[in-house]
Write a protein that binds this ligand. Structure first.
Ligand code: ADP
Ligand code: MG
Length: 485
């Protein structure tokens, strides 16, 4: 079948959606033959210019779904026409790479801006007035404040992983950024805090009229979308918003291609179990998720000492190191990545065979995002979760969310041991009473930096109820990590 033509065949199914030849050529080079369900739904509607709330399972090509219409409708030479906000630096790099690939045969240019890198370097690229910006909220605010970028020409606003972006850790930043886009009014935003408290009186004026005529198109996408987040999201959108849901996405998250198991294990036995499990499974590529940066450091250090090659990624690492780690992981230079939830969302690395939840995430939805790193685009994968005695409720919540019973597993030769003599276990009753730490601390622990303005449930804004995420353990979050020391 040696084809003498220089280019691979045009993906007709994308052409049928109305995609232009210059983009079809890039799709052909990327070997995208058939549009995924979300792409088939979203591309034609986005080309029609409506505001879109898109939901599809992780790994089903949401990036290309919002990128293709932007590339097709963007005007050459008009700087910062599209702003795409993502929650992590790693995701900014990844989304930028995908956009550049799809834009290769168009005149449209994209630049990624994110923290941890010298702003001067990014400013150099911005001098060329790219049409598309991909960035993390903190850096985008910084660039706006310094008047290095502005939103005068904005035509497209995208929030990738919108549920995370409107979650409490980022909510203020997003409000700040979107308030600078023409047509998103102050009034609408002031009601937002009330809305989060399910207050009905704020709705005397519908959100749509507060937005007014706006010259931009809004696309928000995610794999998971709660009712609360959807309500918040709609406040930034122009009615009628089209909610496009790929089949299966709105049901309980399906993770059927992932073989899932849990181990009942005491905290002091976790490391020993991890080591035995890694030796038994000998994964092609694995991510071991820990709850804290410190946890990731400790596990990585011990595995190294035991001769198991691995790297770590978390918010304590310098940005260039983070990027190198991701690059080498993608390139298969090492097999085991120890990560905080920094790497749980959106990260697309082919052929991850194993996810190990060394620590269960506090948020059941994070479980879905984590295990979504494996079994991408129809592949298979395995996920193992370490569950300690006090985390039964948390496991049950995960099972409720995914609508599956996760069976227990064992590793041959692994025996539970009594707690070591220096182990200090605190009983819930002995803990000092007091208000729980604001939720942002969890964010900070996993992501390293607190986004500017993320104040959590403190005085200045209307208190926003914490999501019921901490129910599994009776021990306040701020004390839990101490138990593992
Ligand atoms: P999501 O954001 O839904 O989790 P991504 O946009 O990260 O998914 O895409 C997952 C992977 O699938 C990426 O490597 C992407 O290049 C690839 N991909 C996207 N669309 C297609 C397609 N139509 N055909 C083949 N591969 C695709
Ligand atoms: Mg994505």
């Amino acid at each position: 079948m040696s084809d003498k033509t220089e280019h691979p065949p045009v993906p007709e199914a994308f052409a049928a959606l109305g995609v232009r030849p210059s983009i079809l050529r890039a799709l052909a080079e990327a070997k995208f033959v058939t549009p995924s369900e979300i792409q088939a739904l979203l591309i034609p509607r986005a080309l029609a210019g409506v505001d879109i709330l898109g939901q599809a399972r992780t790994g089903t090509g949401k990036t290309a779904a919002f990128t293709i219409p932007i590339l097709q409708r963007a005007e050459k030479g008009l700087s910062t026409q599209a702003i795409i906000l993502v929650p992590t630096r790693e995701l900014a790099v990844q989304v930028d790479t995908e956009i550049k690939r799809l834009a290769e045969f168009t005149p449209i240019r994209c630049v990624a801006v994110y923290g941890g890198q010298k702003i001067a370097a990014q400013m150099k690229f911005l001098k060329h007035h790219p049409e598309i910006l991909v960035g993390t909220p903190g850096r985008v605010i910084d660039l706006l404040d310094r008047r290095i970028i502005n939103f005068e020409n904005i035509r497209f606003v995208v929030l990738d992983e919108v549920d995370r972006m409107l979650d409490i850790g980022f909510r203020d930043d997003i409000r700040n950024i979107l308030s600078r886009v023409k047509g998103v009014s102050e009034r609408q935003e002031r009601h937002e805090g009330e809305d989060a408290q399910k207050s009905e009186e704020g709705s005397t004026k519908p959100a749509a009229s507060a937005v007014g005529p706006s010259g931009h198109q809004t696309m928000f996408v995610s794999a998971t979308l709660s009712d609360e987040i959807e309500r918040l999201a709609r406040r930034y959108m122009r009615e009628p918003v089209e909610k496009l849901i790929a089949p299966g996405a709105d049901e309980k998250p399906t993770v059927e291609n992932v073989e899932q198991y849990y181990f009942s294990v005491q905290p002091w036995d976790k490391y020993r179990l991890l080591k035995m499990l890694l030796l038994r499974e000998n994964p092609d590529l694995a991510i071991v998720f820990t709850r804290t940066k410190r946890g990731a450091e400790k596990v990585a250090k011990r595995l190294h000492a035991d001769g198991i090659e691995c790297r770590e990624i978390h918010g304590n690492l310098a940005q260039n190191k983070r990027e190198r780690v991701m690059k080498n992981f993608r390139g298969g230079k090492f097999d085991v990545l120890i990560a905080t939830d920094l790497a749980s969302r959106g990260i697309d690395v082919a052929d991850i065979s194993h996810i190990i939840n060394y620590d269960l995430p506090e948020d059941p939805e994070a479980y879905v995002h984590r295990i979504g790193r494996t079994a991408r685009m129809g592949a298979k994968g395995k996920a193992y979760s370490f569950v300690s005695k006090d985390q039964g409720d948390l496991l049950t919540k995960v099972e409720g969310l995914i609508n599956m019973i996760i069976p227990p597993a064992t590793v041959e030769g692994f025996e539970a041991s009594p707690p070591p003599s220096d182990w200090t276990e605190q009983k819930p009753g002995e803990l000092p009473q007091g208000p729980p730490k604001p939720i942002v601390n969890r964010f900070e622990r996993a992501y390293g930096t607190l986004p500017a303005g993320a104040t959590g449930a403190t005085g200045t804004q209307a208190p926003i109820p914490l999501p019921p995420r901490t129910i599994g353990s009776k021990i306040p979050i701020n004390r839990r990590h101490k138990r593992r020391r």
